[in-house]
Design a binder for this molecule. Sequence first.
Ligand code: SF4
Length: 458
Amino acid sequence: MTTPITIPAPPKVGMVSLGCPKALVDSERILTKLRAEGYQMSADYAGADVVLVNTCGFLDSAKEESLEAIGEAMAENGRVIVTGCMGNEADVIRARFPDVLAITGAHQYEDVVQAVHDAAPPARGAFIDLVPEGGIKLTPRHYSYLKISEGCNHRCSFCIIPSLRGDLASRRIDAVLREAEKLVAAGTRELLVISQDTSAYGVDTRHEPRAWKGRDVRAHMTDLARELGGLRTPEGKAPWVRLHYVYPYPHVDQVIPLMADGLLTPYLDIPFQHAAPAVLKRMKRPANEAKVLDRIKAWRQIAPDITIRSSFVVGFPGETEADFQYLLDWLDEAQLDRVGGFRFEPVEGAAANLLPDPVPEAVKEERYQRLMEKTAAISAAKLAAKVGRTLPVIIDEVGEPDEEDGSVGATGRSQADAPEIDGHVYLRDVPEGLAPGSFVDVLVEDADEHDLYGVIAG
Ligand code: SF4
């Protein structure tokens, strides 16, 4: 039998934030990023693997307060990273605390996140990651992952997240919305909502309402989506809001009209993992119900442009050829837009390791190839149908012409493409002033299996 993969416990970060609202925005961004990468926040210094001190250096009294905070963190923990305005006076800090791990200046949050990675590397693994490998590096400022809860109430047999992270613990809705508002004010144009189980948001707090902008808002996915859709960038534009890790509970139907109304990006990331009832039962998957295909059809009637992304595991113990064929036939019906495939691998401590009838590696591989062929063909047909249409696109990169990938200087994404995991829209012309984070309308001229190519619509 394959040796199970071992997944380490997530590192814990302590943080103290001093200073003005701008410093607070930096702290929020850093915490948003770390949370998305699976770091846990420590309520005290002693329990943290590393402590971040976001300092203020505006007045002498503020400097002294910052130095005291660093001193306290050094005394109680000893593994300290300093950031913020006082970071510009690294010599003063080093003279007093030569052992601080790293010092970075104000608004250099990418450097801080890197320093945290160096001091306490994130726990990585395909089975626990909510953020793709590329996204863990330096998320550009124009999109941000917004983590709404920790843990999970389910017990899928291949997964050990509940034993690592505990049961579902939802963040307060007002805290999530405040964080989102600050991110959008600071340059985020696309919010990627993540958690282990986004549609279960607030179940643990009985959807406790909190006051937000003078009214009560429930900790519920629908309310969250509606409020996020009402945010505005400093230029008065609505940010894109993308929901990831949504299980198809009945109330997911409520967010589809928000997509039709333009409040929510018409995109759902639903990790189905399989379609065959016998496999889903052994996987102990949530919201495993027979009517999903009918609901997908109904969603497409309400929001015809909805993109559905999913991932599937092949070679789960006991998966027969008939089960696998069921999955392929199901995909023919479901016509999912984007699909990621995985070959089953045991994770140390997971209940699935005890299941009988492991699938031989060669069979897993063969099924994986067949799955990928099927889904690539569906994707290519779906993208070909977009040729000739004008689509809104967010720009990720503006660079030099690249003959190889067919792009002529700018790469963006349509609403059907989440960063890092889906396709791109390559622009063949680049107007003056185009910058990452810009929204443009693109006339699609060509398509291949995963990407689109086009020009700015005139
Ligand atoms: S829903 Fe299942 S796979 Fe996802 S975190 Fe919970 S137990 Fe793990």
